[in-house]
Design a binder for this molecule. Structure first.
Ligand code: EPZ
Length: 455
């Protein structure tokens, strides 16, 4: 995380230096799920009493969501991976732009605030590196529940026409995770029954539903494409444990396959990883369960090519696409990767190509021709999962790689380099002094930048 600008105009930015071709071994502990924690933290706004959340990962995004909730008047207390939230006094109905603009998931506060207060003002989250990411499905659903919603100078202003939102039958044009979560939360305090059709089925949606149910919400069908919510007047306090992060687990499994390493990981929920396991086995790796929540990957003798198409759950997760691309650059053949969920999520191709990968892109489709080896190089992370893909490629590559843009990685991986070092990886985080313009330019060699070990 860049430190505030020193008096000169240099930026202290950390980079990851990785020396590849090292076998990993041992066990890694998987943290709580980022995409559950963010939605559940926003969901705590529905409750006028204490909420204790357990297994909350320490991530930049979680820190930002905490700041947004605090700015709304919520009391938060963190103790290790336990987060106590009390939203009895919500003093603000407007989420601050400077915080919201840094975290797309901040839009999750819209539904709970509107349901609880009858009014909410949230700046439009805007697009990000991977796509335009509109919120039209969220807005349309809230309008169907009886809210007046206007967008005025980049701020979404929503107000209930009656005392409370009203239950409605809502068909989602696309099984959007965010829209399903927004509308499910809003419906918990609405008057009457809401039916969400073509709803998202992701495990994080189910985790949020279970969290709301633990506060007294009446929700059925989460995890299927039809969710039925009967609104209740008020929710009560809860003590809730967040699920393990299936994307972090998938990232470590792919790191094991790409470095021909046998590693084990826990806690995991195997069902959440079905498409990831299927594709790892297609590449020749073997997955065994040593315990109900403990998985081990046994690498194959080579990496076989396989085609991947990202889809909403239970299809192959878009959040694992980049990591698998890194793996398939070393396969013994050609693989076709089709990204159908986000329109701009192939930006890691250019950086993997710097390392010697052979990838052709046509629209949202990438043809990955396997090469015998990758070579270490200076590369730049362009988004969260792209940064994980570069780490995997660097662990498998010959020589040293320097990865810049770690602010992406820190958003979604808890202590990734510490966990990798514990598995025997040869890497370290160092901070380099760069001028602000340098910070965004493709990495120069460490010799050209002033290097000092990161504090
Ligand atoms: C969630 O984003 C996750 N983020 C994403 O994880 C994940 O990639 C995505 O779901 C899909 O699984 C969090 O949970 C915080 P969507 P979300 O609404 O809710 C379009 C990561 O790496 N759409 O299912 O924003 C949208 O543009 C992140 O951890 C509309 O058109 O995803 C996209 O193309 C990245 N209108 C598609 O649907 C809408 O109103 C899927 O978006 C909403 C979405």
């Amino acid at each position: 995380m860049p430190t505030p600008l020193p008096s000169g105009d240099e930026v202290d930015e950390s980079v990851l230096q990785i020396w590849g071709k090292t076998r990993l071994s041992g066990h890694v502990t998987i943290s709580g799920a980022k995409n559950s924690a963010l939605a559940i933290m926003a969901g705590a706004l529905l409750c006028p009493e204490d909420c204790r959340l357990r297994n909350v990962p320490s991530l930049v995004d979680v820190g930002r969501m905490s700041e947004i909730l605090a700015a709304l008047g919520v009391k938060l207390q963190r103790n290790g991976n336990i987060l106590d939230i009390n939203a009895s006094q919500i003093s603000q109905s407007q989420a601050p732009y400077e915080l919201v603009s840094q975290l797309r998931a901040s839009f999750f506060v819209m539904g709970p605030m509107l349901a609880r207060l009858g009014v909410a003002r949230v700046p439009l989250p805007g697009g990000c590196a991977i796509g335009a990411r509109p919120v039209d499905l969220h807005v349309r659903g809230l309008q169907q529940m009886g809210a007046d919603v206007q967008i005025d100078r980049g701020v979404v202003l929503a107000r209930t026409r009656q005392q409370r939102l009203t239950g409605a039958k809502i068909y989602l044009d696309y099984p959007s995770v965010g829209a399903t979560e927004t509308l499910m939360m809003a419906a918990t305090l609405a008057d009457g029954e809401t039916i969400l059709e073509n709803a998202a089925q992701e495990p994080e949606v189910v985790d949020l539903a279970n969290f709301c149910r633990s506060m007294g919400a009446q929700i059925r069908g989460a995890g299927t494409n039809t969710i039925i919510i009967n609104g209740v007047p008020k929710l009560h306090s809860t003590d809730y444990n967040i699920i393990p992060d299936r994307i972090e687990a998938g990232t470590f499994l792919v790191a094991g396959a790409a470095t021909y390493s046998e590693i084990s990981l826990s806690p995991i929920i195997p069902d959440h990883l079905t498409p990831v396991i299927a594709k790892l086995e297609a590449t020749g790796a073997k997955i065994v369960m040593d315990a109900p929540d403990r998985m081990r990957i046994i690498p194959g003798s080579s990496i076989r090519p396989t085609d991947i198409e990202t889809l909403p759950y239970p299809g192959f997760p878009t959040d694992m696409q980049a990591q698998f691309m890194a793996l398939l650059t070393l396969s013994e053949g050609s693989s076709v990767i089709t990204e159908t969920v986000f329109e701009n999520r192939l930006r890691h191709v250019a950086e993997l190509s710097r390392m010697g990968a052979d990838i052709r892109v046509k629209g949202n489709l990438a043809i990955v021709r396997g090469v015998p080896f990758l070579s270490g190089a200076p590369v730049v992370a362009t988004d969260l999962r792209a940064s994980a893909a570069l780490v995997i490629a660097a662990l498998a590559a010959e020589g040293q790689t320097t990865i810049q843009g770690l602010h992406h990685l820190d958003r979604g991986y808890e202590e990734l380099e510490v966990k990798l070092q514990q598995l025997g990886a040869n890497l370290k985080r160092v901070s380099i002094q760069t001028s602000p313009t340098e910070a965004e330019k493709p990495a120069t060699s460490p010799q050209e930048a002033k290097v000092k070990p990161a504090s």
